[in-house]
Structure formats: structure tokens, C-alpha cells
Design a protein around this ligand. Structure first.
Ligand SMILES: [Zn+2]
Ligand SMILES: [Zn+2]
Length: 464
């Protein structure tokens, strides 16, 4: 079986994620076992106790089996320098500078793995690799069994601690057929802690599993859901609504991941994907390229009117700003009054963009461009109230504001839409910076604006 060019390495476990996950499983298992042996010990006269004992030990086996497969099989990486079989298909794909190859359909670059990952869903710190094509099923089974295992451990831990805490009562009342349970202080604290950890796993992993099953049911990774949402926003601009190509129907979507008909083997090589009737294999990659083009054209420049130090506690910017934080681990960007920001994404109270410092704006365009090439501008989220908004960026996107109006033209970043070079070949951006993952692909829009300016200048020079 091909797992791309590399699968997991043993040193992948030397990371806080796997160390934490493995320790957690061992801790809960040992605590649960300690309680089981006191409260419901296996007894040859009681078949139920033997079954309970055996089932209890099945959980860590299946949990660790799926966990280590998820780690060591890995998601599958697109081979470095990969190209589609036909050269004319290259224009439908994005190019990855780091991997020096094209991104296969459904593949995205992961900054942490430093590779393009097949059907990337997300980078998971607990397995210290991405969840993708080859390990998606094992990752889901791992979560499923972890929930069952923790539930079983809870059923052993809770009654056992209850009996231990009220041991005096059982002794005093001389209640028969109830095991008297004693804990040392450390043992008691350890088991109470295990209850908290097991509950945490059940709720947190349960939520993640529901999210995963929903995405498998639709045959959409988290990144693809995001691309699809944007595609629907753009539907009003085309004659025919965008159809997601990988949705093969509920049952087939599940089979694509779990493949119960063929011994649960993974289907396909992770580079070529089955698509629904009436769609083609590059429908989504072309849509992505169009979206990136849109973003480049619509990056908006705003002036900063209030400084922000990049703090995570933002009460001074208003209660709503403090509460409604962006759901992302992307950085917060310090900005100074007088700077400019090139905004590409937005939340109600937060904006994401790139900072153009006041010093930089004083220099002429050529210097700005050369600096931009050499030194990446800071990017991140900042409170929306820190900028002066002559118009709201979402109003521009939704068509409420005319993009040709003077107020918009004055704030479009560095270039005007009508000057944009629409050459299709430019979509394959060989100089595009590779973002942390493609959920953040919008952030690349502003960096591309500099390139676009260069293209525009070259275009003008040719005309002259
Ligand atoms: Zn890559
Ligand atoms: Zn990764």
C-alpha cells in the first residue's frame, strides 16, 4: 500500500500531544482497573464479572491499535514534485513552493508537517500529524473506542469511590454482599482526577467525533466545507450553482472512509478521487483558484485609528470584542495608530489582515514592493473597532456596495480591480506564500496583491 512518500516515524511520539494522549489513556485505564478489582473483581463463579473484566481490557487494546495506526500510517503525503498526468491539467491546480510540486485535488499544505497532505482534514496535535486520507478511519475509530473505554472506566470509578467515601456506613450498618473499599489518600485523589479526565474525554472527543462523522457523511473535510461556503456566496454571480463534486451519497461517502466491503482498506491512492455525475475532478480546485483571485481583487485597506498590542484580553475594546473572539489559533496582530491594514477576512468584532506600517507607506511603491518580497508583513487578527471603516467589507462582498464607488476605490489595496491581470496562467502562483493550512488561505490574498501590482506594472510596460 502506498502512503505517499513517507509515513510516521517513531520520533513523532516525542511530542507533548502523543505523550499527553498516551499518559491519559494509561492513567484512566490503571485507575479504572484499580477500582474494578475492588468493586467488581473477576470471579470464576460470576460469569458477568469475568465478561466485565475482559471487555475492560479490550478497550485499551483497540484504542492503542487505532491510535498508533493513525500516528504511524499517517495521512499520506503528496510526493514531492508531483504533477498531474496531463500537462494541460496543471493550470487547474495550485502550486506548492515548499513541496515544489502541484497540490493534488483535495490536498493542502500543512505548515507543521511541512508537506502537502492528501485530503487534509486538520493537523491533530494529539497524534502529532495530520488527519487525512490514509488515517482518517483509524482516527475516527480511535475516538469512538476512547469514548466507550472512558465510559466503562467511569462505571467502575464512580460507584467504587462512592463506596470508599461511605465505607464507614457500610461497616457500621453491616450491610452484606457489598465490598468494603479502602483507598489511600493518593489513590483517592488519583481516581477522582481520573473521573474528571474521563468526563473531559467523553465530552471533548464526543463533540469532535460528531463533527468528523458529519464531515464524512458529506464527504467534506473541514477545509472543503469552508471552500464550499465561499462557493455558495459566489453563486449569485454565475448562471449555474456550484455543485460539490465529492458528495457521492450518504452510504458511499461513509464507505469512502471506512470501506467495510473490502476489509476496511483505504480506497484509492489519495491523488485521484471519484466524483459525482455531471462534475469533474478539478471542479473544486478551479473554484479555489477563482476564490483566491476574488480575494486578491477585493483586499481592502483600512486606516488604524486605535492601537492594539496583540493582547488576548481585550475588554478595553468593548465587552462584545472581548467575548466574541475568532475561533482560530492564528496570531493576534499588534497594530499602531497611523498604520494601515489590508483586510481579507472578518468576524463581527474582529478582522484578519496584514499590517502595512506607517513608515512603509511613506516610501514609494517600488520600495514597498521590494520590501514586501524580502520581508513578510505581520498578519493576524485585531479588534474591528481599531480601524476607521468608511464601509464594511462584508457589504462589499455581498454586493450591497458598488465596488466602483469612489469610497471603495479609494480603499482597495494597492491596485484597482479593473487593472487586474486576468491571465489564467497566473492562477498557478509559483511565488505564492504557503500558508499554515488552507483554512487560512484567505490570508495569502493580501500578499498576492503585491505580486498583482508587479503583474500590472509588467502588463503596462508591455503596452507602452
Ligand atoms: Zn506543500
Ligand atoms: Zn500536519
Amino acid at each position: 500500500m502506498c502512503f505517499g512518500t513517507s509515513s510516521g516515524q517513531l520520533n513523532q511520539l516525542a511530542h507533548y500531544g502523543p505523550i499527553g494522549a498516551i499518559s491519559l489513556i494509561i492513567w484512566i485505564t490503571i485507575s479504572g482497573f484499580h477500582c474494578l478489582t475492588q468493586w467488581f473483581p473477576p470471579d470464576s463463579k460470576d460469569i458477568l464479572s469475568v465478561i466485565n473484566f475482559l471487555i475492560f481490557w479490550i478497550w485499551p487494546v483497540v484504542i492503542f491499535y487505532n491510535y498508533f495506526r493513525a500516528v504511524f500510517v499517517g495521512p499520506g503525503f503528496v510526493p514531492k514534485g508531483w504533477k498531474p498526468a496531463k500537462i494541460e491539467h496543471e493550470k487547474y491546480l495550485q502550486y506548492c513552493d515548499v513541496c515544489e510540486g502541484f497540490k493534488a485535488p483535495r490536498a493542502h499544505h500543512c505548515k507543521k508537517c511541512r508537506r502537502c497532505v492528501m485530503k487534509l482534514d486538520h493537523h491533530c496535535p494529539w497524534i502529532n500529524t495530520c488527519t487525512g486520507h490514509f488515517n482518517h478511519a483509524n482516527f475516527c475509530w480511535f475516538m469512538f473506542y476512547a469514548i466507550l473505554g472512558c465510559t466503562h472506566a467511569l462505571l467502575m470509578l464512580c460507584p467504587c469511590i462512592y463506596r470508599a467515601l461511605f465505607a464507614q456506613y457500610y461497616i457500621y450498618a453491616r450491610i452484606k454482599n457489598v465490598p468494603i473499599i479502602y483507598f489511600t489518600f493518593v489513590g483517592l485523589i488519583s481516581c477522582i482526577l481520573s473521573i474528571g479526565l474521563a468526563l473531559g474525554v467523553i465530552f471533548a472527543v464526543g463533540f469532535l467525533l460528531i463533527v468528523q462523522l458529519r464531515s464524512i457523511m458529506r464527504n467534506q473535510t473541514g477545509i472543503e466545507s469552508w471552500i464550499l461556503r465561499k462557493a455558495r456566496d459566489r453563486n449569485h454571480r454565475r448562471a449555474k450553482a456550484f455543485i460539490y463534486p465529492y458528495d457521492l451519497g450518504f452510504k458511499e461517502n461513509f464507505r469512502q472512509v471506512f470501506n467495510w466491503r473490502e476489509s476496511y482498506n483505504v480506497i484509492g491512492d489519495g491523488l485521484i478521487w471519484p466524483v459525482r455525475d455531471g462534475s469533474d475532478e478539478y471542479a473544486l480546485t478551479c473554484e479555489q483558484l477563482e476564490q483566491k483571485k476574488d480575494k486578491r481583487q477585493r483586499t481592502v485597506r483600512y486606516e488604524v485609528v486605535q492601537s492594539y498590542k496583540g493582547s488576548y484580553i481585550t475588554l478595553r475594546y468593548g465587552f462584545c470584542t472581548c467575548i466574541c473572539i475568532p475561533w482560530s489559533d492564528e496570531t493576534r496582530m499588534p497594530i499602531e495608530k497611523g498604520d494601515y491594514v489590508l483586510v481579507t477576512r472578518w468576524e463581527r468584532y474582529w478582522l484578519y489582515g496584514e499590517c502595512v506600517t506607517a513608515n512603509e507607506t511613506k516610501k514609494n511603491d517600488d520600495i514597498i514592493n521590494s520590501h514586501h518580497r524580502l520581508r513578510r508583513r505581520p498578519r493576524g487578527w485585531f479588534p474591528r473597532c481599531c480601524i476607521y471603516e468608511a464601509f464594511r467589507i462584508e457589504d462589499l462582498w455581498s454586493g450591497k456596495i458598488n465596488p466602483d464607488s469612489d469610497v471603495v476605490r479609494a480603499q482597495l489595496a494597492n491596485f484597482s480591480p479593473e487593472d487586474y491581470d486576468n491571465n489564467d496562467e497566473e492562477y498557478v502562483e509559483q511565488n505564492e506564500e504557503n500558508q499554515s493550512d488552507d483554512t487560512a488561505s484567505a490570508s495569502s490574498a493580501s500578499s498576492s496583491s503585491s505580486k498583482t501590482l508587479n503583474q500590472r506594472k509588467n502588463h503596462k510596460e508591455k503596452l507602452i
